[in-house]
Design a protein around this ligand. Sequence first.
Ligand SMILES: C[S@@+](CC[C@H](N)C(=O)[O-])C[C@H]1O[C@@H](n2cnc3c(N)ncnc32)[C@H](O)[C@@H]1O
Length: 271
Amino acid sequence: MVEDREDTLSDIDRAPGLNPNVPSSARIYDYMLGGKDNYDIDREVAHRMLAIAPDTKTLAWFIRQFLVKAVEMAADAGVRQFIDLGAGIPTSPNVHETARKIEPSAHVVYIDNDPIVHAHCDALLAHSPGVTALKADIRQPDDIIDRLKTGSLIDFNEPVALLIIGVLHYVMDDENPYGIVAKFRDVMAPGSFLAITHASGDTHPDFIGQSQEDTNSSPSQVVYRTREDTAALFDGFDLIDPGVVPAQEWLDDDLPATRLVIYGAIGRKSS
Ligand SMILES: C[S@@+](CC[C@H](N)C(=O)[O-])C[C@H]1O[C@@H](n2cnc3c(N)ncnc32)[C@H](O)[C@@H]1O
């Protein structure tokens, strides 16, 4: 249990590290997707989530499918550059695999602030030309944009697809998630895409309570935002139908609702 750990979560900095006593969003998600790169603490937290919302593993795959759909939509529209912010431990199909089925020359930059994720991305993904892994924090958008420009990794004169899948709910209100997205928006060329998934306040209250108990003050602390607050992240983008809805509604009308609700939305910059 969290209370039994030597470190209390409130003592621990919110930057992710290698401490096996602190749950990591990347490793919990890896576990939900059936991966092996997770610790006991991550599995304990995941099992408490699953006790309340057994469909969370299924939801994790819906969200990966939403990511694939967003990449395909952008690639079909002619986008050749992809930034995956908060990329997570590599899971196939990845962004570059998906994009390159449509456009073999697609460039992808995978960015994450978790050292374990970065090591995996660097080892597994970044061998081929045009695929790069950066260790960086989304809460420092100027640094990321500067590195993308100076490394000639992204040409912001051309459209780009910015994928922020399951990340902004780890950015607290006082860390200004709207300002972070706006920094990227302001350098993105017309025709660029923005895809976001975000934890919803419509999630079952028991799930929200458990997740707060398990993760408050850790790097995996979650802010559950409203549909309106999630839509506001798309300021300056035209939201594409069906708008801000549970992510599975982008895939198929018949997919079941889940106790953990994750919104999915895709927008396009017109000017
Ligand atoms: C739930 S996982 C989602 C992974 C992937 N985007 C996906 O949907 O499959 C969240 C990821 O966001 C990363 N993350 C959380 N806060 C971050 C931050 N401030 N800067 C960069 N990455 C962050 C975590 O390390 C983790 O890999």
